[in-house]
Write a new protein. Structure first.
Length: 123
């Protein structure tokens, strides 16, 4: 990396045992996002949404981040969500509506965090 960017970067050594302590915190965040997504999906449709839809948002978010050619997973995350929901027997129009709404839901959440951080940094 140093040769490619022609800059010296020093990456800290990560202790494996200290990294293990962080796993529950990251899993907790993903579980809360998944539960929030499930509640969002249930609230905007009047059809049955199985509880296994909780795993949809974390899976789509992770795969969207890993996809190199789409910045921020734009479109990738929605496609994965819609595909996952259709596998759970949600109709395609409802799955698309839920996936698009989840993008707006996440955007509003990130905007709230950004504004809160900005206001806190000003004080």
């Amino acid at each position: 990396m140093n040769k490619l960017l022609k800059k010296d970067y020093l990456l800290p050594d990560l202790d494996f045992s200290k990294s293990l302590i962080l796993i529950p915190w990251f899993l907790g965040g993903w579980i809360l996002w998944g539960c929030g997504f499930f509640l969002l999906a249930v609230s905007i449709t009047d059809h049955f949404i199985p509880f296994s839809a909780v795993f949809c948002f974390p899976l789509a978010g992770s795969l969207g981040i890993l996809f190199v050619f789409a910045p921020g997973g734009i479109g990738i995350r929605e496609g994965i969500i819609a595909g996952y929901l259709t596998l759970l027997n949600v109709s395609l129009p409802e799955a698309i509506m839920i996936s698009a709404t989840s993008r707006l839901w996440f955007l509003v959440g990130e905007l709230f965090i950004f504004i809160t951080g900005y206001l806190v940094s000003r004080k």
